[in-house]
Design a protein around this ligand. Structure first.
Ligand code: C2O
Length: 557
């Protein structure tokens, strides 16, 4: 194993990814941000200096952070943000996982201002089941022409009826191209070298791996390459037996690796099309351009634009995940036969305090407390209680899992689900909103046991959703080798059942990865293996962040 050291500087910069100039926040002047590429077992050390005017933090999406939950980078949960002018060094070892991950700011919606990049963990056996000659990253993302803080302020305003900010463009690997005439009031130049369609050079008669990451704030994407099938072989770091598709749908926070076989003899250039699924948008702007294309070329000498043809059939476009029950993990793991506890949450939007529209799990709507991260509060609380934490009566009654809001948190803004000891828990979520919610859990991969539309199968539709009443759902579960991932969608007006082996000590965010929804409060926390946390040593450098001036800068409404 190696130590991989990176030095990052965060700055405010003006940049024109699709031609239109806008203020952005970038790491090392790069967009997308720097690639982190390591082997399993390596230690990643990233020293971040914040030269931007707003406070920030970096989260390592999908990384387990086993033993280092305080390096998860989640403002309000695992750390205070890095103040303007401040520094912080993240250090963690990646073990027990391989595949495609990414990093992004976890302060407000800064990820959408440019603070994101890929994180790839190579495994010794990654080519054992499937061969490929080249390996590359394709980041798909929606793109806004405004700073996220301004958009967020607009979105959370009273009486906005929960209309998410609608992206202006789509980008592939940070590039796109727009006609400047469409934006007469904006500074725009689409002739600079960073603007334009990306080109993917894929040599003929080979297999190529493309790691697709949706790093956007809102839009689900449909991705295809004309006249080539995409063999999906990885979902969120779980290697799966290849399944061939013409198009794949990918939601914010998700990753799929695909293998492309370059054996087409019709031509040597082809369109790669990435389309935002606008059906899931509540509004559209006149200048919205939902598609961005890249050119796949077999030979660098091929200069003509592709004349390749689109797949004939359209996929039914729905606000939901592609059908992942077809994806079978290579490394077969049976889900635990039984869960120790069952939790049901209703996800919805409501008009809350000050008539702001809020995302809620049951009646809890998260609001970041940048100055008192909940992991630190919890660990300190456990330490005060002299390391001998005893679960409350409620926890004992539910087999060691309970809500601790009334114990340590007292606030309706912080739903904290706690487990003590090694627990397996089931989480069933119903979505009362018409859009889907890609639910991302930090620190884990969960088993996706089932998803569907409407209500889950129940004994009686007149009764509420309890473990007992959803027995018909349990009767149909296939536990033999379900997909394990870190971001799965609960579809609009649908439900999802997740099973989690809660074995990783820490305080973990569990939230909708539509960034606007996270900030509207659609986030809860899982405090797992709290019995192991009293002895966690949180480094002084992490605590010191909370004492710096300016940590509240850029917090949003
Ligand atoms: Cu990728 Cu909490 O985030």
């Amino acid at each position: 194993p190696r130590r991989r050291e990176y030095t990052w500087t965060v700055r405010d910069q003006v940049h024109n990814p699709d031609g239109v100039y806008r203020p952005m926040m970038l790491v090392n002047n790069q967009f997308p941000g720097p690639l982190i590429e390591v082997n399993e077992g390596d230690t990643i050390v990233v020293s971040v200096e914040n030269q931007a005017v707003n406070a920030t933090s970096i989260h390592w999406h999908g990384i387990y952070q086993r033993g280092t939950p305080h390096m998860d980078g989640t403002v309000g949960i695992t750390q205070c943000p890095i103040a303007p002018g401040g520094r912080f060094t993240y250090e963690f070892t990646v073990t027990g996982q391989t595949g495609t991950y990414w990093w992004h700011a976890h302060q407000g919606v800064q990820s959408s201002d440019g603070m994101h990049g890929p994180l790839i963990i190579h495994g010794k056996d990654e080519k054992k089941n499937i061969q490929y000659a080249t390996d590359r990253v394709l980041i798909v993302a929606d793109h806004y022409h405004e700073l996220s803080s301004a958009l967020l302020w607009q979105y959370l305003k009273p009486d906005m009826e929960n209309v998410e900010p609608i992206p202006d463009s789509a980008l592939l690997n940070g590039r796109g191209i727009r006609d400047c005439d469409d934006f007469p009031h904006r500074q725009c130049d689409n002739t600079t070298s960073n603007v334009g369609r990306p080109i993917l050079d894929l040599a003929p008669n080979q297999q190529h791996r493309i790691r697709i990451i949706n790093a956007g704030a809102f839009a689900e994407f449909q991705v295809q390459i004309d006249e080539h099938t995409l063999a999906v072989c990885e979902a969120d770091g779980t290697e799966v037996l290849p399944v061939h598709y013409h198009r794949i749908n990918i939601n914010p926070g998700q990753r799929y690796s695909v293998i492309v076989n370059t054996t087409n003899t019709n031509a040597d250039t082809f369109w790669l099309r990435a389309l935002m699924i606008t059906k899931c948008f509540k509004e559209r702007s006149a200048t919205l351009q939902p598609e961005i294309d890249a050119i796949v070329r077999y030979s660098a000498d091929a200069t003509q634009l592709p004349t390749s043809v689109d797949w004939k059939e359209r996929l039914a476009v729905e606000c939901r995940d592609m059908n992942t029950t077809e994806l079978v993990p290579v490394d077969a793991v049976e889900a635990p036969a039984k869960a120790d506890a069952f939790f049901y949450f209703r996800a919805n939007f409501e008009i809350g305090d000050y008539r702001l529209s809020r995302g809620v799990f049951d009646s809890s709507s998260w609001r970041v407390d940048a100055e008192r991260p909940s992991l630190l509060r919890t660990v300190d609380g456990l330490v005060e209680r002299n390391a001998s934490y005893t679960p409350s009566q409620a926890e004992v009654a539910s087999g060691g899992a309970a809500f601790i809001n009334d114990v340590a948190f007292h606030k309706p803004t912080e739903l904290v689900l706690q487990t003590t000891g090694l627990q397996t828990i089931d989480i069933l979520i119903s979505n009362f909103d018409d859009g889907n919610h890609p639910m991302h859990l930090h620190g884990y991969k969960y088993f996706v046991l089932a998803q569907g539309h409407g209500y889950p199968p129940m004994k009686s539709v007149l009764d509420g959703i309890t473990r007992e009443n959803v027995q018909p759902l349990y009767d149909t579960l296939d536990l033999s080798n379900p997909l394990r991932r870190d971001t799965a969608s609960v579809e609009g007006f649908g439900w999802i059942l997740l099973r989690l082996v809660a074995d990783n000590p820490g305080m973990w965010a569990f939230h909708c990865h539509i960034s606007w929804h996270t900030e509207a409060g659609l986030l809860m926390q899982l405090l797992t293996r709290s019995d192991k946390l009293a002895t966690l040593e949180i480094p002084e450098a992490n605590r010191a962040l909370c004492a710096a001036d300016g940590i509240e800068r850029g917090m949003g409404p």
